[in-house]
Ligand binder design. Structure first.
Ligand SMILES: [Cu+2]
Length: 473
């Protein structure tokens, strides 16, 4: 799986990692690039792949990479408005760098660099998610620390490659971490605790060294582990921890991942097997479409410490603190939305359509009869259909804890209904390449007890609704 992801470029995703800030080196240039403009459609949540000519003009070595997402005026969109799900810088069909909302910088340890040639083929894969119905225009910006061939600092530099270690593989490598999964500790580790998870291993092709790594997770994630198996023995090489600045805890993108310290060197032998796992907190909410990936710096022929005789699993460090684009946490009372538990429900004949980001019955933003919770008899199933399912607008019906009527932000609402349900992303797109469920309708679970159920759209969390299941008399 990992090998396939690396070699074939299957991959989607993220962000990442590694070691010390760029040292002041003789001849290091700081190059700024801006990819775009990217027109962001209302509510979009699609994955794009295009040629990228925003790159150095001469051959050399890349020793540092810092990503961001900005508007034309230079402002950084709030994460609760426009969200960089991922950008992947692809070189020669393999992931070179990646960025997600955690915006981890990737810095090579001193003396190492990624080889860059102007003849390389660069592509940009990105998934930018518009959480609102308002169109926008953004640019993916990135700063490269670059040493041109011929500069003194280019002397003796060692080549690193990005080994893309992914728990899932493919262009949209996700799994669900549902509330309560993972046993008594309510910590779910994928793939270890998932039935039928695909194999996740990279067989090291030649002797060499790892010189850095860091993890990518989604909200709810606690850590990723990089493990090495040799001759039937397994040891952990590094745990990349999610350090949440989010006041509500492990529930939002207000987070930074720890990466390896600059001196981290691990000797690998040909035939060693590397694997990655990701651990999520499932006490408070379900985390749908989650990820666990560890881009790792691999140096063929390199040398380092034997991980079976030296404890290389040292504490890491974060690459940034709280970012201002994560200031809107949500959960405030002044939303203007009613408490659906206090509204009279109305029977519904037929389907609940979703059109222009509104649930046609029971939407908390609707007034009058349309805003009253849709009612069904116990044992019946309420059907939803997404009429916005053009190429780019997907919606979900996802349970949230009642009354689910507080202000929207990066930490609210959560998928924490008293009973869990989730429709998947209703809409259409290439299978395995997008988040689309490839259907436009969904029905509520048959076995719901009498009561009022509240829900939101995971893609556009300002969308809220409610329905009532009423017992037969
Ligand atoms: Cu939606």
């Amino acid at each position: 799986m990992i090998a396939r992801a690396c070699a074939a470029l299957g991959v989607a995703l993220l962000f990442v990692a590694l070691a010390a800030p760029a040292q002041a080196q003789d001849g290091v240039r700081h190059l700024k690039f801006s990819y775009g403009p990217i027109e962001i459609a209302p509510g979009q949540n699609t994955i794009e792949l295009e040629r990228n000519d925003q790159r150095p003009a001469v051959d050399g070595w890349i020793v540092g990479f810092r990503p961001n997402l900005v508007r034309k005026d230079g402002s950084v969109p709030r994460v609760d408005v426009i969200h960089l799900h991922h950008g992947v810088w692809i070189n020669q069909l393999g992931p070179l760098f990646a960025a997600g909302e955690e915006k981890t910088a990737m810095i090579a340890p001193p003396g190492y660099g990624w080889r860059y040639r102007t003849s390389d083929d660069w592509q940009m894969n990105h998934m930018i998610h518009n959480l609102t119905p308002t169109p926008d225009t953004v640019f993916i910006t990135y700063e490269l620390d670059f040493i041109p061939d011929g500069a003194p600092a280019a002397q003796g530099i060692q080549e690193v490659r990005t080994a893309w270690l992914d728990t899932v593989g493919g262009f949209y490598p996700v799994f669900d971490a549902r509330r309560g999964m993972g046993g008594r500790d309510r910590r779910f580790t994928y793939p270890d605790e998932a039935n039928g998870a695909p194999p996740n291993r990279w067989v090291v092709p030649e002797d060499g060294a790892l010189v850095g790594t860091g993890g990518h997770l989604h909200p709810g994630g606690l850590w990723t582990d990089l493990k090495l198996t040799r001759d039937g023995r397994t040891t952990r090489l590094f745990r990349s921890k999610a350090v949440y600045y989010e006041p509500a805890g492990a529930v939002s993108w207000d987070v930074s991942m720890t990466v390896t310290p600059p001196g981290w060197r691990v000797q690998l032998r040909r035939g060693d097997v590397l694997s990655v796992s990701g651990t999520y907190d499932t006490k408070r909410a379900s985390w749908y479409e989650s990820m666990a990936i560890m881009p790792t710096l691999w140096v063929p022929g390199g040398t380092g410490a034997d991980p079976f005789t030296t404890d290389v699993d040292v504490p890491g460090r974060v690459t940034h603190g709280h970012l201002p684009e994560n200031d809107v946490h949500g959960g405030g009372r002044l939303s203007g939305l009613p408490n659906p538990l206090e509204l009279l429900s109305r029977p519904v004949a037929g389907k609940v359509a979703i059109r222009d980001f509104v649930y046609s019955r029971g939407d908390l933003s609707s007034t009058g009869r349309r805003g009253r919770p849709a009612r069904v008899r116990k044992g019946r199933r309420l059907q939803f259909v997404n009429r916005d399912a053009s190429g780019t607008i997907f919606h979900t019906i996802t349970a949230c804890k009642a009354p689910c009527n507080r202000t929207t932000g990066i930490a609210y609402p959560l998928a924490n209904g008293a009973v869990d349900f989730d429709s998947g992303q209703l809409g259409f797109g290439p299978a395995g390449f997008t988040a689309a469920a490839n259907r436009d309708s969904w029905r509520t679970p048959r076995k719901l007890e009498a009561g009022t159920y509240t829900y939101f759209c995971r893609v556009h969390p300002f969308m809220r609704g409610a329905f009532e299941v009423r017992a037969k008399r």
